[in-house]
Write a new protein. Structure first.
Length: 400
């Protein structure tokens, strides 16, 4: 039994994983066009959690799990940051026993449970014809699973890390880079006033794009990224050199959260993991700051240089989208609708070499997208390479 009244068809949209500016413009773009083409649109709330927790009973209150989208609803949110549909890191194919919805606990009692069969039943119950998940590689990898199970999926890539394979651009990346540059420029006045080294930890679990682009734009002197394990002595020597050459007597380094010391591993906040098995990163900036301060006398005639240590964290993912994260989501949403109108599915919309396109959705799980350090990163100077830009994409090293 369906609870949604069918028109030309029903399109469901969800946003999963971390929030970024640009999600609401993407939802708006899909909804406005779809409604005018005769479709009904529903928003699945809280990522995959909403559809997983839905109760297939017409008497049940499922208002926390989905909502019917109208022009009024999406226009109100369409220019704002975050996602009004809310989000989660739920992965229905591997749900912990204690996180199984209450009405399903008699059926699913293992320590890890695959609730995909419930997802398929719930989508059918809602009468969903097409599903548009907006997310990073974790969210979209489950979209691949549903496509393989027969669901008509069109994926939209989103993540400020910009590491979804197949596309040069993911929603949220430009605003992240813009915010990082803005905040670095704000803090450089304090670094200069106190003649310190400024250490800033930025997002980037496996890929260093969010540290590389701001550095390339002149926001920092150096950056360390997950793709290259760095020497703390080398980094300290370079930063002291940069500081002492600067008339304002400061220097700046951007540290990807997934960066690793030589001989070390990623730094985690604790031993807990999310639904995708990822431990929560955080703390590499603190460790780097402490080690740099201890080592500065070795490269500064015996004198210690103090540190300003700032973790940008959620400050770069909050607030309204910038221009690119307003334009690209609009285009991605309309690309998804174009595919639906052509009755095409199993695709992910992408930007490749400055042009919008779409690729088979399986590309999302086919490989890992990281910085090509041989081409773009100078391991001797711990900074991007500034050469051979002709015919490169807008964000330089983000193409494949």
């Amino acid at each position: 039994m369906t609870v949604i009244k069918k028109t030309k068809g029903v399109i469901a949209i969800l946003t999963g994983g971390g929030d970024v500016p640009g999600l609401n413009p993407a939802i708006r773009a899909v909804t406005i066009r779809a409604l005018r083409e005769g479709y009904q649109v529903i928003g699945l709330r809280r990522g995959w959690a909403g559809i997983m927790e839905l109760i297939r009973d017409p008497e049940a209150d499922n208002s926390e799990n989905y909502q019917v989208l109208t022009e009024e609803v999406v226009n109100r949110a369409g220019r704002t940051g975050g996602t009004f549909l809310h989000t989660s890191r739920t992965r229905p194919s591997k749900v912990k026993k204690e996180e199984v919805p209450m009405h399903l606990r008699e059926t699913y009692k293992d320590s890890a449970n695959d609730l995909t069969s419930e997802i398929l039943k719930n989508l059918d119950y809602l009468g969903v014809d097409y599903l548009i998940p907006i997310g990073g590689d974790d969210t979209l990898s489950y979209g691949v699973r549903l496509y393989q199970e027969g669901v008509k999926v069109i994926a939209i890539p989103k993540t400020m890390d910009n590491d979804v394979p197949g596309t040069d651009y993911c929603i949220g990346f430009s605003t992240c880079v813009t915010r990082t540059i803005e905040m670095t420029n704000r803090l450089r006045t304090s670094a200069g006033s106190h003649e310190r080294i400024l250490v800033m930890e930025v997002f980037g679990r496996y890929a260093g794009f969010t540290a590389m682009l701001p550095t390339m734009a002149g926001a920092a002197n150096r950056c360390v990224i997950p793709e290259h394990k760095f020497s703390i002595d080398q980094l300290t020597e370079l930063l002291v050199y940069d500081r002492n050459r600067n008339p304002s007597r400061y220097s700046i380094v951007l540290i990807s959260e997934g960066a690793m010391f030589q001989g070390g591993d990623m730094v985690f906040q604790d031993m807990t993991t999310d639904a995708y098995g990822h431990a929560k990163l955080g703390g590499i900036g603190d460790l780097v700051s402490a080690r740099i301060k201890d080592l500065t006398p070795n490269y500064n005639n015996g004198k210690t240089i103090n540190i300003i240590n700032q973790k940008l964290g959620y400050m770069v993912r909050g607030g309204d989208p910038d221009a690119i994260d307003s334009i690209v989501p609009m285009a991605y949403g309309n690309l998804a609708l174009d595919l639906i109108l052509e009755k095409i599915h199993g695709r992910v919309v992408v930007l490749k070499n400055g042009r919008y396109d779409n690729l088979p959705i399986e590309v999302v799980t086919s490989t890992k997208k990281v910085v090509d350090i041989n081409r773009y990163y100078n391991i001797e100077r711990l900074r991007p390479r500034y050469e051979k830009f002709e015919m490169m994409p807008l964000f330089i090293m983000t193409g494949e």
